[in-house]
Write a protein that binds this ligand. Structure first.
Ligand SMILES: C[S@@+](CC[C@H](N)C(=O)[O-])C[C@H]1O[C@@H](n2cnc3c(N)ncnc32)[C@H](O)[C@@H]1O
Length: 268
């Protein structure tokens, strides 16, 4: 791998592992089924509050897939995608999206300078989600919108099951907040809850293992693990054997939260 591709914005080991992981995934990320799922995208469309002059930050925006989608919707808006991984940011740039390499926990942006911040599937990678939410709050103008989109466990028993699976197969994910955990986190960070949407999205285990580059010799145990645990899982998560593959449902949760209009502002 090109050394440049392991560069992270902060230089800590944890950020380096994430940057390296997404450096590998940058070329194929856009074929991740949930990332371009039409129902998820249209839910973001229905929630985002934009005008032609809106300034939007896609925080942890990856390859700019969501930014490019928003640009189609609102051509005059100013959209910036920011990501820890240089190759992911480069991909966004190649789509004509303004893009920079930085950490969502240290946003290189002025306080109260944005109308909308979007965080899709980023929070689970952060050592301190709190730091990112503080930064989102800081850079939003009073009344600005935070759109947080995230796969969440269905409930606490599902959270325990998922945790065991992810500890083995995707240790970079540090948090698995439930919908309720996310709501509490946002309220603790002074956001006002506006509305939420929840969607069931089916995922193929084979495709997930491919994307995470699980070697062929470890795949049988991944399948066995998913199947052997399934009876302990909440009945809301559907797990179906389909030929050589397993399909399981995931819960995607989108929260529209606002920075209250009546806040004290301190310019950076
Ligand atoms: C699963 S991808 C989601 C990409 C994009 N948000 C989307 O929905 O298409 C997670 C992204 O978060 C980025 N990321 C993880 N930790 C980050 C951090 N501390 N600061 C900025 N980006 C981060 C990763 O590099 C990766 O591109």
């Amino acid at each position: 791998m090109n050394e440049q591709h392991t560069l992270s914005a902060t230089g800590d080991t944890d950020s380096d592992s994430i940057a390296a992981h997404f450096a590998h995934r940058a070329t194929t990320f856009d074929s991740t089924p949930w990332a371009y799922d039409a129902v998820i995208l249209s839910c973001f469309d229905s929630l985002i509050s934009v005008s032609p002059t809106s300034r939007i930050l896609d925080a942890g925006g990856g390859t700019g897939l969501l930014s490019a989608h928003f640009r189609e919707r609102c051509k005059a808006a100013i959209i910036l995608s920011l990501d820890l991984s240089f190759p992911m940011a480069q991909k966004a740039l190649s789509k004509g999206i303004s893009s920079c390499v930085a950490d969502v926990c240290y946003l290189p942006l002025r306080s109260c300078s944005l109308d909308v911040v979007v965080l899709r599937q980023v929070l689970q990678y952060l050592q301190t989600p709190s730091a990112a939410l503080q930064e989102c709050y800081r850079v939003l103008r009073p009344g600005g919108q935070l759109l947080l989109g995230q796969f969440v466990p269905y409930d606490h028993s599902d959270q325990r099951w998922l945790k065991r699976i992810l500890e083995t197969w995707q240790p970079l994910k540090k948090h698995l907040p439930t919908s309720e955990d996310l709501r509490e986190l946002l309220v603790d960070h002074r956001f006002r809850m506006q509305s939420t949407v929840q969607l069931d999205v089916f995922e193929s285990l084979a495709s997930w293992l491919d994307r995470h580059r699980v070697p062929a010799n470890r795949r049988p145990s991944a399948f066995a693990m998913a199947l052997s645990q399934r009876h302990h899982v909440t009945d809301r998560r559907r797990v179906l054997s389909r030929g050589d593959d397993i399909l399981f449902s995931n819960l995607f949760h989108i929260i529209d939260a606002r920075k209250p209009v009546e806040v004290e502002t301190t310019e950076r």
